[in-house]
Each structure stands twice: as structure tokens, then as C-alpha cells.
Design a protein around this ligand. Structure first.
Ligand code: 16G
Ligand code: ZN
Length: 543
């Protein structure tokens, strides 16, 4: 009974406006920040219940809207191993968020506890962090009210402050594995930088075939005026003498500039340099952009004529997948012992899929990191990247064992083996991480003595076009085959097929967005004008 009045009391301070519907979507709840207060409250309750259900393991809560505008915000839950909330729980999180009154909320909690057989007497443990958005602190206090309102045994919670999304994921995994065989690292922000820097220095030590002389003297890092700024600055200190990271777009205290005219999403969607980079970047020089919570990475360079060239998530996947194959061969580890696989989405450029398929198994899954992450877990070394720059490389438990046990038969093999092991430390195993991915890219390029142009030449992107279409009901669009084909509205896919056939190298698909109230159309073709035309014709058929 006291539990119930506690929920009702606190819920009264976070009432849901009527007429708003919340949805735990592709990346948690995300919308205009001023609508999120009641959601934060119920998410606090869900986080505590999730911890109780998992024997008091630590659950993470990240408050961010990533690459979206500054006035947006969002929240997502992190499971004990540092991966995204189990999908089955998204529905419960949605149901609690949509409770129309405190009494209804109490009822929803009861339903959830019964259905999932949660032992409420167990203590709960939750940690949380936020990005630099000005709406963050107030939303965090709503979250804390939710944590306080959670029924049953004590809920312990820790404010981890302002962090990148991948650092919060890292902390969750470290804290839950502390003192076990699977220990992941020192569970502090500093421990994260130290772990990455130590691995990077092992890889770039002038030993084996990776020569630090090939690393660029300095690398410009566009921090999107977000939380990546502090993380890049701190990481840079740890890397002194190895690579000089120069943060650009670092105004975290200035209002209205987050992700504006800069950042990974700007680069990917505009396919051009952030204006702030124009005076800084020289021909033949590369640089990169992070997004607002530093989990996406876009590279680019100016060719010798000063023309902008983009190196997106697909290019990173192509670079990295090949590298692992090469190192394994040099270490004397066969493809039978460890298989490398790549996971992409329908947005992957057709040329990248073609390039990769000739070398490794490639799988296509629906959009959203959780889908890619789970598919990548089925390989010994699973490389996953979305074209937008979100991705990482996962090593299976077996892969780690094989690397630990492998006996090198020459110093060269030994060096490659040590490099592979260092890579398992350099790469964030919990989620896509722009900073970790950036160091990975620099290692591969240094190893090969390559710059942007050589990397870019792995394959040539097919011209492509992305269009958003506002429709009456995006729920009417249903897809199959990893979102590459429509099953509804009825008959539409057949019409699309007939159209696409007319274009050389044509490929197009339509899918409802998971983050905006629109339908997205993607088209590619051998020639730019045709890719554009195909996209607009498809958009016309959808509308
Ligand atoms: C979210 C996803 C991102 C995906 C995007 C697609 C995570 C952490 N983020 O930002 O991976 O590419 O949604 O958005 O899963 P859309 O459904 O609106 O096209
Ligand atoms: Zn992000």
C-alpha cells in the first residue's frame, strides 16, 4: 500500500498531457524535450524493475537525442552487458509511459510485475548519464523521481554526469562484470580513455608491421558542439605523442549550436564539409565528424584538387573487414577457426555490399543498432556498420579464447596475434562508438600506409538519393526482407519493381521511419540523374 501511494504521489508531479502518445522506438523514446518529463519518470520505474528482474544487475539510462536538434531529447535503457534493452521490454516501457493517470500507472506496473514474475523485494541498481542538451538536468530529476517511486526493495542510483552514449554503455558492462572472468575494464570514465589509449599505443608502437610514422600528425575531429568535445579533449591527452587530436566545433556551453551545420548526420545527409571545417582542411587531408552523443562517425577527405569525398559507415566496414582477414592470415589463424562476417542494412551502398560479398559473408537486417548488433554476435568476428556511421566490431567468447590460446610460429605471427588482441581492447564491444572507431580507422590506415584516397578507392559508391515523404499513415507501410520490400499497401511493391527495372543498376526501397512521422525512400542507380529520378518517382507513388 505504501508503495502504491509513493507511486501516486510522485506520479502526480509528472502527469502525461492528454493526447500525447509515447513509443519506445528504434532508439528509445525521442521527441521534443518539453514533452518528455512524464516519460522520464516512468522510465525510472522501468529501469528499477529491469534491475530487479535481472538479480539486481546494474541497468543504464542514457538521456540523449543523439544527432537530432538541440530542442529534442530522448532516453534509452542499457542492459547489463552494455547492449540495448531487450526488445520484449520495449512494450512494457511504452505501456507505462502511456498510462493516463497515476492510478492507471499503478495498475500497469502491477500487470507488468505479474506477467514478468518480478521479485520486487530485490534491490535495484541503476546508473544514468546525459549529453550536453540544456534540457538534460530537468529530465534527469524526473528520472530520479521515477527511481524513487519504484516499488519494493531499495533502488540505488548513481549520476554519472555528462558522458557520451558509448561511455555509459562501457560503464554498465564494466560494473556488471567487475571481479568476474569477463571483466571488461576499470568502471570509470578515466578507465575508458585509459583502455582505448593503451590499446592504441600497443597497435601503433613501431613494431610488427604497424608503423606509427604512417599515422597523421594531427586529426581534426568535428565534435558537433556536443558531449564528444570533452571526451575528445580527454582522450587526446592520453594519446599525446601518438596522434594529435584537434577538436573542432566545441561550443558545448553555447545555446542553439548542437549538431547545427556540423556533426556526422550533417555530413552524411548534406554530403559536404561542415562549413567550420572548410578553412581548416587542406587538400589530401582527412578529418572526421562525431554526432551529438558520439556514437556515430563519418570520415571525409579533400582530394588533391580540394574536392570533398565522404567515407561513411559502409567504407569503414569495408576497410575494417578486410583488415581482420589480413591480420588473421598473418597470425596463422584460418577462416575455419574464426569466421569474419559483416552486417549491414538496406541503406548500405550497393557498391559496398558488392565489394564485401566477394570477400566475406554479408547479411542485411532491419534498420537500428539492436538488429545489427544481434546479427553480428553470430560471427567469431562480427563487423556491423550502418551507412550513417554507427557501428562496431564484436568478438565472440570463442574468438577471444582462440586468440588467447593460439601459438604463433614466428615473430611476425606473434606480432599479428598481439595486434589482434589489442584490437579486441581498442574496439568498444558494447555499442557503436565514434571515438573507438576513429582510433580503429587510424590504426588500419597507418598499418597500410594509406590515406583517404587509397581507402576511398576500395570501391566507388553508386550514386544515391534519400527522400522523406509525409504520408497520412506511415503505419500502412509494412516491410519484409530486412525492409527491402513492401508487403503493404497491397500491390505497391509490384509497381515499384516494374519501375526499378527500367533503371540501370537501379535499386530502391520504401520503409516507414522509426524516429519521425515520415516514410523514407532510398534509390540508387549507375548514374546520378537516374538515382534522383528514381527516388522522386518512387516518392510520387508512395504519396
Ligand atoms: C536511430 C538508430 C539508428 C538508425 C536510425 C534510423 C540506434 C541507436 N539508433 O537513430 O541506428 O539508423 O534510428 O532512423 O539504434 P529512421 O528509422 O528514422 O530511418
Ligand atoms: Zn548518436
Amino acid at each position: 500500500e505504501s508503495d502504491k501511494s509513493k507511486v501516486v504521489d510522485l506520479a502526480n508531479r509528472h502527469t502525461k498531457p492528454s493526447g500525447t502518445t509515447y513509443q519506445y522506438g528504434t532508439a528509445g523514446f525521442r521527441m521534443k524535450a518539453d514533452q518528455l518529463d512524464p516519460v522520464m519518470f516512468t522510465v525510472g520505474i522501468v529501469a528499477a524493475l529491469r534491475s530487479k528482474k535481472l538479480d539486481s544487475k546494474i541497468i543504464g539510462v542514457m538521456v540523449t537525442a543523439s544527432h537530432n536538434p538541440e530542442e529534442d531529447n530522448g532516453v534509452k535503457l542499457v542492459d547489463p552487458r552494455g547492449d540495448m534493452l531487450e526488445q520484449a521490454w520495449e512494450g512494457y516501457a511504452t505501456a507505462l509511459a502511456n498510462s493516463s493517470s497515476p492510478e492507471e500507472l499503478v495498475h500497469q506496473i502491477h500487470q507488468m510485475v505479474t506477467a514478468l514474475q518480478i521479485d520486487l523485494s530485490k534491490p535495484a541498481n541503476v546508473i544514468y548519464a546525459r549529453d550536453t542538451r540544456p534540457s538534460g538536468p530537468a529530465l534527469v530529476s524526473a528520472l530520479v523521481d521515477g527511481l524513487k517511486a519504484a516499488p519494493g526493495g531499495t533502488t540505488t542510483y548513481t549520476d554519472e554526469g555528462v558522458l557520451t552514449t558509448p561511455i555509459l554503455h562501457y560503464l554498465v558492462r564494466c560494473k556488471n562484470t567487475l571481479g568476474t572472468e569477463e571483466e571488461y575494464g576499470v568502471p570509470t570514465e578515466e578507465g575508458y580513455y585509459e583502455k582505448l589509449a593503451t590499446a592504441f599505443k600497443k597497435l601503433l608502437k613501431p613494431r610488427g608491421s604497424i608503423d606509427s610514422q604512417n599515422a597523421p600528425e594531427e586529426l581534426l575531429v568535428d565534435c558537433a558542439n556536443g558531449v564528444g568535445t570533452t571526451a575528445t579533449e580527454k582522450l587526446a591527452k592520453h594519446l599525446e605523442g601518438y596522434i594529435k587530436l584537434i577538436p573542432v566545433n566545441t561550443s558545448i556551453d553555447k545555446l542553439g549550436v548542437l549538431n547545427k551545420g556540423c556533426g556526422a548526420d550533417y555530413v552524411k545527409t548534406q554530403q559536404k564539409l561542415p562549413p567550420s571545417m572548410v578553412p581548416l582542411l587542406q587538400p589530401n587531408q582527412r578529418a572526421c565528424s562525431l554526432d551529438g552523443d558520439a556514437d556515430r562517425l563519418m570520415y571525409y577527405y579533400l582530394d588533391r584538387n580540394g574536392k570533398f569525398k565522404m567515407l561513411d559507415g559502409d567504407k569503414i566496414a569495408a576497410l575494417v573487414a578486410g583488415f581482420f582477414g589480413e591480420l588473421m592470415e598473418h597470425a596463422g589463424i584460418s577462416k575455419e577457426e574464426l569466421d569474419v562476417g559483416v552486417v549491414q542494412t538496406a541503406y548500405a551502398n550497393g557498391a559496398s555490399t558488392h565489394y564485401l560479398s566477394q570477400r566475406v559473408p554479408v547479411q542485411c537486417v532491419p534498420t537500428g543498432v539492436k538488429h545489427l548488433h544481434h546479427a553480428a554476435e553470430h560471427y567469431s568476428i562480427g563487423v556491423y556498420f550502418e551507412a550513417n556511421g554507427h557501428g562496431t566490431v564484436l568478438f565472440s567468447a570463442n574468438a577471444l579464447n582462440v586468440l588467447r590460446r593460439h601459438q604463433a610460429t614466428s615473430p611476425a605471427q606473434q606480432a599479428s596475434l598481439e595486434n589482434l588482441i589489442a584490437l579486441t581492447e581498442l574496439i568498444n564491444q558494447t555499442v557503436g562508438d565514434a571515438l573507438s572507431d576513429m582510433l580503429l580507422v587510424e590504426v588500419v590506415l597507418a598499418y597500410r600506409g594509406h590515406g583517404g584516397a587509397e581507402w576511398d578507392s576500395l570501391y566507388t559508391d553508386l550514386p544515391n538519393r534519400l527522400v522523406k515523404v509525409s504520408v497520412k499513415d506511415r503505419g500502412a507501410f509494412k516491410t519484409e526482407d530486412a525492409e527491402r520490400r513492401l508487403t503493404a499497401p497491397q500491390g505497391l511493391q509490384d509497381k515499384l519493381d516494374a519501375l526499378i527495372k527500367k533503371y540501370e543498376g537501379g535499386r530502391a526501397f520504401v520503409r516507414p521511419s522509426g524516429t519521425e512521422d515520415v516514410v523514407r525512400v532510398y534509390a540508387e542507380a549507375t548514374h546520378k540523374v537516374e538515382a534522383d529520378e528514381l527516388a522522386f518517382k518512387v516518392a510520387g507513388m508512395v504519396y
